[in-house]
Design a protein around this ligand. Structure first.
Ligand code: NAD
Length: 293
C-alpha cells in the first residue's frame, strides 16, 4: 500500500521558508508585491484568487486584486497590465485563467513584463524552462518537483510519464523532469494506448482533467504517482485524474486529491513572487545560487 505524499505539510514548510525569505527582503528595504488580475465572475477563479491572497497575507507579501467585469475589452485589460508592468511596487503579475471568451489569452499573457511574470507563462520564460535552465518555473510543475525532492524520489535515469501537455502543467512538467535527467514520455489526447505508456512509468504525473482516468491496471507496482487533476464528481466530491482507491495499493507513493499538488501551487506562487522581487531589485538570491531550485 503506497504512502501518501502530504502536500499540505510540504506546502507549510515552503510557506515558512518564504515567510523568512520575505523578512530578509523587507530588511533590505523592499516588500515583495503581487498583483492579481481577475476578469469576470468565474466562481472557481474567485476561490483560487482568495486562497492566493490569503497566502500572501500569511507570509507578508503585499497583494492587490484588480477585478474587472466580464464586459471589459481586451484593450482595457492590456492597459491594466501595462500599468502594473510600470509599477515599481509590483514584482509579480498574475492574470487568473480562464479569461472570458472574446479576450485573447495569449495576447494578454504576452503583454506581462517577463521579469514580472510570476506564473512563468510568458514565452521568454517558457523558453527558459524548455532549455532546461529556468530562473523561474510555472507554479504547479515546480510544486511537483519540490514534492519529489522532499520525498527523495530518484529522478535521474527514472522513466517519467507525463499525461497531459497543457502549457500550464504538462509541457513545463515534462521539461523540468527532463532537466532533472529523467527519461520522459508525454501522453495526450491523441496518444494511442496511454495505459501502455503509464504502465512503464517509475514516476507518473497526470494533469488531464478527466476524473479518475488512470486505473489501477495503468500503474506499475512501486511507481510514484502524482495527481494534478482537480474535478468535481457528480456527488460534489473533489476527485483527481487518478482512481486513488485502485492505484494506491500498487504505488509506492501517491498524492491525494485534495491535499496533494493543490497546496503546493500556492506555496510556489509565493516563492516565485520572492524570486522576482529579488531579481528586479538586484538583491542576492535566496537560497544562494547552487542550492537545488
Ligand atoms: P488542459 O485542459 O489545458 O489540458 C489537458 C491535457 O490533457 C491536454 O494536453 C489533453 O491533450 C490531455 N488529455 C485530455 N484527455 C486525455 C486522455 N483521455 N488521455 C490522455 N490525455 C488527455 O488542462 P490543465 O490546465 O493542464 O489541467 C489539468 C487538470 O489539472 C485539471 O483538472 C485542472 O483543474 C488541474 N490543475 C490543478 C492544479 C493544481 O494546483 N492542483 C493546477 C492546474 C491545473
Amino acid at each position: 500500500m503506497g504512502d501518501i505524499i502530504d502536500g499540505k505539510a510540504v506546502a507549510a514548510t515552503v510557506t515558512a521558508e518564504v515567510a523568512r525569505r520575505v523578512e530578509g527582503i523587507v530588511a533590505q528595504g523592499v516588500r515583495p508585491g503581487l498583483a492579481v488580475v481577475v476578469v469576470g465572475d468565474h466562481e472557481p477563479s474567485r476561490i483560487y484568487v482568495r486562497h492566493k491572497m490569503r497566502g500572501c497575507e500569511r507570509v507578508g507579501i503585499r497583494s492587490a486584486v484588480h477585478a474587472l467585469p466580464a464586459s471589459v475589452t481586451q484593450e482595457e485589460v492590456l492597459a491594466v497590465v501595462e500599468r502594473l508592468n510600470a509599477d515599481p511596487e509590483v514584482h509579480g503579475i498574475l492574470v487568473q485563467l480562464p479569461l472570458p471568451p472574446g479576450l485573447g489569452t495569449r495576447t494578454i499573457l504576452h503583454a506581462i513584463d517577463p521579469h514580472k511574470d510570476v506564473d512563468g507563462f510568458h514565452p521568454v520564460n517558457m523558453g527558459q524552462v524548455a532549455t532546461g535552465r529556468p530562473p523561474l518555473a510555472p507554479c504547479t510543475p515546480k510544486g511537483v518537483m519540490r514534492l519529489l525532492r522532499e520525498y527523495e524520489v530518484p529522478i535521474r535515469g527514472a522513466h517519467a510519464v507525463v499525461v497531459g501537455r497543457s502549457r500550464v502543467v504538462g509541457r513545463p512538467m515534462a521539461a523540468l523532469l527532463l532537466a532533472a535527467d529523467a527519461t520522459v514520455t508525454i501522453c495526450h489526447r491523441h496518444t494511442d494506448d496511454t495505459a501502455a505508456h503509464t504502465a512503464r512509468a517509475d514516476i507518473l504525473v497526470v494533469a488531464v482533467g478527466v476524473p479518475e482516468l488512470v486505473r489501477g491496471s495503468w500503474v506499475r507496482e512501486g511507481a510514484v504517482v502524482i495527481d494534478v487533476g482537480i474535478s468535481r464528481s457528480s456527488s460534489g466530491r473533489l476527485v483527481g485524474d487518478v482512481c486513488f482507491a485502485e492505484v494506491q495499493p500498487r504505488a509506492r507513493l501517491i498524492t491525494p486529491v485534495p491535499g496533494g499538488v493543490g497546496p503546493m501551487t500556492i506555496a510556489m506562487l509565493l516563492e516565485n513572487t520572492c524570486v522576482l522581487a529579488e531579481r528586479l531589485r538586484g538583491l542576492p538570491p535566496w537560497p544562494p545560487l547552487g542550492s537545488p531550485a
